[in-house]
Design a protein around this ligand. Sequence first.
Ligand code: HEM
Length: 197
Amino acid sequence: MGCAISDLAAKSDFEERGTDDVPTQLSDAHIQMIKDSWKVIRDDIAKVGIIMFVGLFETHPECKDVFFLFRDVEDLERLRTSRELRAHGLRVMSFIEKSVARLDHLERLETLAIELGKSHYHYNAPPKYYNYVGTEFICAVQPILKDRWTSELEEAWKTMFQHVTGLMTQGYQEESTRQHHLSLSPKERPEKKSTAL
Ligand code: HEM
C-alpha cells in the first residue's frame, strides 16, 4: 500500500529527518489550516485510526512487536475489523484532537506531548518509530480531504507531527535518564554537589 505523500518530500525523507534540521515552528497559517481540516477529519476518526495503524504495521512490521495485543497477528487484514485496534486508534486520534485544540496554547501542548513521551518509554516504544505515525496519518487523511488537500496543508500537518514527536522524544529521554538514575545504587549515583556548610 502506498500513498502520495511525496509531493513535498520523499516519504522516507520525512520519516528519517531528525528533529533538529527541520522547521518545527508552527506558523499561524499552519495552525489555521490544521484546525479547518480537522473539522472534516474528525467525522472519520475511527476509520483514520485503523487505516493509520494497519499502514504502520504494513510498512514497519517491527512496530507491531511493541504491541502485546497485535504482535502475533499475521494477517493484517484481520486487524481492520479488530475492536482492540479500533479502540487503540481512537486513543491516538483523541490525542491528536487534544493537540489541535491546544495549538493556540503551545505550552499546554508541550506538557501533554512530553508526558506522552514518558509513557512511551514504559511501553517500550522508542522515538525512532514516532515519525512513521505522522506519515501514516497523512496517508490516511488525504483521501478523506480529497481536493481540499494541498502541499501547504501537507506541510502544516508534517510540521505539527514533527513538533509533537520532538516533544515526545524529549519526554522519552527524560524518563529514560530518570529510570537509569533510579536503577543505580546510591554509591553509583553521581554525587550531588552540596552548597550547604
Ligand atoms: C505520533 C506518534 C504517537 C502518538 C501521538 C501516540 C499516542 C498514543 C496514545 C494517546 C496512547 C494511549 C495511552 C496514553 O495516553 O499513554 C498510546 C499508547 C501506546 N502507544 Fe503510542 N503514539 C505514537 C507512536 C507510537 C509508536 C510508533 C508505537 C510503537 C511502535 C506506539 C506504541 C504504543 C503502545 C504500545 C501503547 C500502549 C498500548 C495501548 O494503549 O493500547 N506509539 N500512544
